[in-house]
Design a protein around this ligand. Sequence first.
Ligand SMILES: Nc1ncnc2c1ncn2[C@@H]1O[C@H](COP(=O)(O)OP(=O)(O)OP(=O)(O)O)[C@@H](O)[C@H]1O
Length: 607
Amino acid sequence: VAAFLRDPSSGRVYRRGKLIGKGAFSHCYKLTDMSTSAVFALKVVPRRGAGHLCPGGKVEREITLHSCLRHRNIVAFHGHFADRDHVYMVLEYCSRQSLAHVLKARHTLTEPEVRYYLRGLVSGLRYLHQRHIVHRDLKPSNFFLNKNMEVKIGDLGLAARVGPGGHCHRVLCGTPNFQAPEVISRNGHSCQSDIWALGCIMYMVLTGTPPFMAAPLSEMYQNIRDGHYPEPAHLSPNARHLIARLLAPNPGERPSLDHLLEDDFFTQGFTPDRLPPHSCHSPPIFTIPLPLGRLFQKAGQLLLSQCRPPCEYITHYPCPHPQRYISRGKQFLCVLSLPRQRAGHRGVLEERPPLTSAAPCSGLPVQEVSQPLGYGVRIQNLAANESVSTEPEGSQKLEVEVAIRNLQLCLDAGPSAIRNPPGEQQPVIWALKWVDYSSKYGFGYQLSDGSSGVLLRDGTHMALRSPGGQVCYMPDRGKLETFTLRDVPRLLGTKLAVLRLFACHMQQQLRKEGAPPMPTLPARPSLCLLRFLASKQALLLLFNNGTVQVSLTGVQAHLVLSGEGEELLLTHWEQGHPGTSYSLGILRSHGCTLATRQLLHHALCML
Ligand SMILES: Nc1ncnc2c1ncn2[C@@H]1O[C@H](COP(=O)(O)OP(=O)(O)OP(=O)(O)O)[C@@H](O)[C@H]1O
């Protein structure tokens, strides 16, 4: 191949660079446009072999199909030309080579990485299928990675258009390990056959080997037809379940690309927005025990820069380190506020937002201290004027009052008893797990119905509802915006990333603890955490539907007050026991134990 090449139709002159690699029919070189210095990959096919540019031939078909595609997850096709000896295709240069190269170095990938790659691949493949094109040769070596670790489907040498029946010619093509049952049975390749290949790839990147690889080939083909593959027992239940769905022998039973990302594997696990380049040769670190490490820090810095303009909200106490703010025995109220600043900026005092006259407690003496991550903390001395109203407009006062009334109702219901009355088991929504990182990002929690939420530092709330992965965002009290995971606006991307980090961490913790499967309860899109309050003995959570949860610190004991009026239900969990619920009527007739009363009382004092 000449050192300089000229595309006769555009007049562009290119300099051929080093050989990147060789395929069965082609060589690939680095290529530089002499006038713009733009770098490309040059795929060179010899004309004597597969490169016959005959109409309907392999190369002709590849060029015809590939040249009209434009998608961020498909290798871009920039042009083609030919000379006497070769056909040249000018392609987007993917400097980090392919997923096959990553696998060679890594052997297996982590689930968050697999979600990341699959999300890109599903997007690119959906684009192809919408244009009635099937790839027919999906495999790690055809998934290219650019400098930013974005994944791109490439090598459309075997791609074909499907006919009106949804199938293309009944030929046996593609890599044998990834061929679908209908392909080896010569029923033709369809979009579902590509989805089968995705299942094989998912299995392979998680376990290190393809699901079907027996020798002789006839035995492997039989396993493919039967959908028999070694059970990857060490993978998470969600991963195994999705693999089984993708590898359904009946093509009609495989999930469609439109619904694939709604599978629990995606909605119940963290998906990074990008991968670090070092993940090509070593596993990226996503889950570091609290504090959740660098990734959180990055997400948090982004969050700080993307949050709406400095907003103040009063912590009645989500303040993580109260002792820091108590000075000379005086009672202080902390007002945390986000400064207008760029991500990564660490200066605080110079950048703090000005006090506005609308600030809830303006007029009081104000002290300032600095915080390492870059937000200002204004401390207001309540002792100066304790009667001042600390409730901002549209506050949570009503919910607090309702919660106090309900706690009081239970306390007043009946006398102390030696043991709790006979209860029943009811499906109750409560927080099984939480992550308090409110000093930087927010308070994340995982509910018993499988959904997770985060009360962010700017007072907004975001939840990921299960099943289906609906994202519910509350920018303000009483306002609810819902999105599918795919449609979440870019502006909310970082908040979603923080929520997913929390969710991933909590799910892993629950898995480690061997938590029982979540019960299926009706989804409540508008359910959100209003406040959390911590004392030395307990954590109290207050939800906007009036539910109050008190969880004892150090001991596995939780009390949840849900419902209202005569429907009020007090549910009690103790280590190793299932939750037991008592109606108000039962409490009235039997009373409750002193321990339960003390917990109720403690919650009342906290509120
Ligand atoms: N757009 C690209 N950017 C960077 N490297 C590429 C690009 N396209 C191909 N390569 C690299 O060039 C080599 C040859 O790729 P090519 O697509 O020609 O063959 P293959 O996919 O490896 O084999 P086959 O054609 O037999 O499936 C591979 O190592 C591949 O990683």
